[in-house]
Design a protein around this ligand. Structure first.
Ligand SMILES: NC(=O)c1ccc[n+]([C@@H]2O[C@H](COP(=O)([O-])OP(=O)(O)OC[C@H]3O[C@@H](n4cnc5c(N)ncnc54)[C@H](O)[C@@H]3O)[C@@H](O)[C@H]2O)c1
Length: 363
């Protein structure tokens, strides 16, 4: 029997996964769920899905095997915990958790459930992340020294509209702003996945734009820092420089710009990728297709560098086989918790702070 799967949250991002889950050959039944009846009806019509649920409570009471939760970013951990308690395998969009306390609760819930939990970090399944993981695993860098990764997304490039949509009709200026380092996984997942290591300590510097109309003291977070740069110390001995910038004169990027090792290095600028040794640098071409996909998904892999199809396939395969997913919960908290500590460091003038860790998956 195939997998019976529900997509919870059919908004802007969730809708881009419905077609991929529907096309996956191992998914035998697909259901949709959203709190908005109008949105739910439109998505069901668009994708020709007849099974719908009007709440997480209702879909948790169904006989579905697995839920892909793609709701607003602050809801994921409590909703994942509810779905695991209902016996569902769970995928959530990033971030895995919105506080350090939620990291504790979610890791514990996954461990106790024995079910599959996967976090949908698009960076993990970008072709360049895969390429650099393989070259590191082959020892091609020598010892890793430093990795630079960044998520540059100016607030004027749609982020105001995203915030208003996610908060809905109750949105006011009080909900503006937010903390860049509370959403660090698009950058941090590069060094975490490439090194298979973790951040032990972090120190962070924050940039404040005088008179900023979005990052303001009179908001829910009270945060005035619009761009944050963190220096992360990794357990493997390397370091990672992470940039989470929301005020930046740049078209936008989620990328790894540099990996420096004792024997070789990698650089990317303006779409040109270079592999360097002590003798010089050569352009490298990185294949976009790096792992097998079902033919139905391979034809159009979807957004964020084609990562959507790999994420869908990884979750379905892990539910089907019981294999530990990439990223699993232990990897996922390593991609979000350091950001919370980094912001605390920025508030303390860059003080070097220890980062909690939840260990490795049980054998
Ligand atoms: N590259 C990436 O990985 C990436 C990119 C964009 C968005 N995201 C993540 O995707 C998530 C969704 O973003 P979006 O822009 O689509 O948000 P959105 O507000 O457009 O959609 C969220 C939907 O979830 C629904 N929802 C909330 N609670 C629900 C519940 N209890 N039961 C059923 N439905 C519920 C809402 O009604 C809404 O339609 C965010 O968490 C964001 O962090 C990730």
């Amino acid at each position: 029997m195939g997998i019976r799967l529900g997509v919870v949250g059919c908004g802007a991002f969730g809708s881009s996964f419905i077609g991929l889950f529907k096309k996956h050959p191992a998914v035998s039944r697909l259901a949709l769920c959203d709190l908005s009846p109008d949105l739910l009806r439109r998505r069901a019509e668009q994708h020709q899905v007849s099974e719908t649920y009007d709440s997480l409570d209702a879909i948790c009471a169904s006989d579905l095997d697995a839920l892909a939760i793609i709701t607003q970013h602050w809801m994921h951990a409590p909703q994942a915990i509810q779905a695991l308690a209902a016996g569902k395998h769970v995928y959530t969009a990033v971030p895995a958790a919105w506080t350090l306390e939620e990291c504790d609760l979610l890791v514990d819930a996954v461990r106790r459930s024995g079910l599959v939990y996967m976090n949908g970090e698009t960076t993990w399944f970008r072709a360049e992340a895969d390429y650099l993981r393989r070259r590191h695993a082959a020892g091609d860098f020598g010892r890793l020294i430093s990795l630079d990764a960044e998520y540059l997304h100016d607030v004027d490039h749609g982020l105001r509209e995203v915030a208003q949509r996610r908060f809905g009709p109750g949105w006011t200026l009080h909900h503006s702003g937010g903390v860049p380092m509370h959403y660090p996984s698009h950058s941090l997942a590069f060094p975490i996945s490439i090194t298979n290591s973790r951040v032990t300590h972090v120190s962070c510097h924050g940039f404040v734009l005088p008179g900023d109309d979005w990052f303001r003291a009179d908001t829910a977070t009270g945060n005035v820092i619009s761009s944050e740069t963190a220096l992360c110390e990794l357990a493997c001995g390397a370091n990672a420089v992470i940039r989470e910038y929301r005020r930046v004169g740049h078209p936008g990027a989620e990328r790894i710009t540099r990996v420096l090792g004792t024997e070789a290095s990698y650089e990317e600028a303006g779409g040109t990728r270079l592999w360097c040794s002590k003798q010089g640098c050569q352009p490298v071409s990185i294949p976009a297709d790096f792992e097998p996909l079902p033919a139905a998904l391979a034809a159009d892999k979807g957004g964020h560098g084609g990562s959507h199809a790999y994420l869908v396939h990884e979750f379905v395969e892990c539910v089907r086989t019981g294999r530990l997913p990439r990223p699993n919960i232990w990897q996922a908290v390593r991609c979000c918790a350091p950001g919370h500590v980094a912001h605390e460091s920025a508030l303390r003038d860059g003080e070097r702070l220890p980062v909690p860790d939840w260990g490795d998956p049980p054998a």
